[in-house]
Design a protein around this ligand. Structure first.
Ligand SMILES: [Cu+2]
Length: 501
């Protein structure tokens, strides 16, 4: 058992570090549970029991069902600006019901709607004034994941809104074009509220992003893909408490933008997919079932300098990647689909034969670099991630809202070393996130990061026994969280606080 976990962890870490492997695997028909062998059934039932007791290992995570492709992918609406005096946007957290499955209403939560949220499009240089309203029956916060904003506006656990309460936040958008997101961050409520549907997108655009010639027609050739796995009960409801796993809650049913069994209709052209791993705990290695390459153009916080050719990309919870698939150049357009590392069909594509003139995009997209000066800086902050289940810690401690773990000066770059200390079982990947900043990856175990990690990041996958050095600078002051983005680990105290002065 221990060996197997260790091996799996190693394999995953190799995937993360190395990037490419043999990706010609076809969707696995055996994924269908009705075709499971007895042995697989036993294993599956055992996992179910173990899951109930909260003892499921992260590596024995339940497999995803294939998408049947019967529902066209939903696209979150773009949030319209308000006319109300001084307020640019209103974001309201609310409860409701949603017809995820035809003919059934599922109890869900959302922003400005019953499930998920709208896409908030901001321009660099703009001052955003956002009225946030809590229409839930419990406390929540509005956290702007990846946004460079003051600690007071970040929406961490200290910025709780009671039911019925509202608060206006104001910030200037100072960072470059990127795909960010927003979600709740109240202690003890984050994992469940995200699970029930509280998550929305933020697109930041700037002069660069709109001049590169990239596909940018929202919902036409520029699609967000909010990827989340869920478990539905016999009544097609989400019952977080019955499926909650201390080590990360996973499900067998994939929703993309809240769509079950999604498919995406595209033209024979370059299509931009903005992937967001919005799951509580599951990691995904995305690839095409045809084995074709695609290019990654952006990381969490901005464009890569040049498109990076890949045939798979791994995202741990909260990480984003923007990729471009050129449907006019694929080896086949028949039954082509986005699949994961197990071959589960996540998103089948219906490729229309219509000829579209493919614009030539600029090859030079950004001027990101890790400077020699940054590389030469000594490590001044050490973070040790350790443990599993409810025994997770950072530097041997659990989160305490009254304790400041680190202090850093505004505008000063420091090198943080994040180490994922293995346990007797081998350990597991922890996705490490810092609020209020975009950082640079200096090295992984002393080696240069992969080409597709040479860009701004706010979340990073740390494999067992891996040591990652990052250059971190905060543009604003305030108290910020740093934590594991497996939401149940975060709830179990795998979180610390930094005060920027
Ligand atoms: Cu973790």
């Amino acid at each position: 058992m221990a060996l197997k976990i260790k091996m799996t962890a190693l394999a995953i870490s190799l995937l993360v570090i190395g990037g490419c492997g043999n990706t010609n695997s076809k969707p696995d028909e055996e994924m269908d549970h009705s075709k499971m062998s007895d042995e697989e059934m036993d294993h599956s039932m055992m996992s179910g029991d173990m899951m109930e007791n909260g003892h499921m290992s992260h590596d024995d995570i339940v497999s995803l069902n294939n998408s049947t492709g019967e529902n066209e992918l939903k696209i979150p609406p773009m949030l319209e600006a308000d006319n109300e005096d001084g307020v640019a946007y209103t974001v309201r957290a609310q409860q409701g019901t949603t017809e995820i499955f035809k003919g059934t209403q599922t109890k869900t939560s959302g922003y400005n709607g019953s499930f998920l949220g709208p896409m908030l499009r901001l321009e660099k240089g703009e001052t955003a004034i956002i009225k946030t309203i809590n229409d839930l029956e419990e406390e929540t916060t509005f956290h702007w994941h990846g946004l460079e904003v003051s600690g007071g506006g970040d929406g961490g656990p200290h910025s709780v809104l009671a039911p019925g309460e509202e608060r206006i936040i104001e910030f200037e958008v100072t960072q470059e074009a990127a795909t960010l997101w927003f979600h709740p961050h109240a202690v003890g409520k984050t994992a469940e509220q995200v699970y029930n549907g509280l998550a929305g997108l933020i697109y930041i655009e700037d002069r660069n992003s709109t001049s590169l010639g990239l596909p940018s027609d929202y919902g036409k050739n520029d699609f967000p893909l909010i990827v989340q796995d869920r478990t539905f009960d016999a009544d097609k409801q989400l019952d977080y408490h019955s499926v909650m796993n201390e080590d990360g809650t996973a499900g067998d049913t994939l929703l993309i933008n809240g769509t079950v069994n999604p498919k995406l209709t595209v033209q024979k052209e370059k299509v931009r997919l903005r992937l967001l791993n919005g799951s509580n705990a599951r990691n995904y290695t995305f690839k095409l079932n045809s084995g074709d390459d695609f290019v990654q153009i952006a990381t969490d916080g901005g464009f890569l300098n040049e498109p990076v050719t890949l045939n798979e990309v791994t995202l741990t919870p909260s990480e984003r990647a923007e990729i471009i698939v050129d449907f006019s150049q694929l080896s086949t357009t028949k039954d082509v689909a986005l699949i994961n590392e197990e071959g589960a069909i996540l998103l089948p594509f219906e490729v229309k034969d219509q000829h579209v003139v493919v614009k030539q995009a600029s090859e030079k997209m950004n001027d990101f670099s890790v400077t020699a000066e940054e590389k030469a800086l000594p490590v001044t902050k050490k973070v040790e991630l350790f443990g599993m289940m409810d025994q997770v810690t950072i530097n041997g401690k659990k989160f305490d809202p009254d304790r400041i773990d680190f202090i850093q000066q505004q505008g000063v770059t420091e090198v943080w070393e994040i180490y994922n200390k293995p346990d007797m079982m081998g350990g597991m990947i922890h996705p490490f996130h810092i609020h209020g900043t975009q950082f640079k990856v200096i090295s992984r175990n002393g080696e240069e990061p992969a080409e597709n990690e040479r860009g701004w990041k706010d979340s990073i996958s740390i494999a067992p026994d891996e040591k990652v050095k990052i250059a971190v600078q905060f543009k604003h002051k305030g108290v910020y969280m740093f934590h594991c983005h497996i939401l149940e680990h975060e709830e179990n105290g795998m979180m610390g606080q930094i005060k920027v002065e």
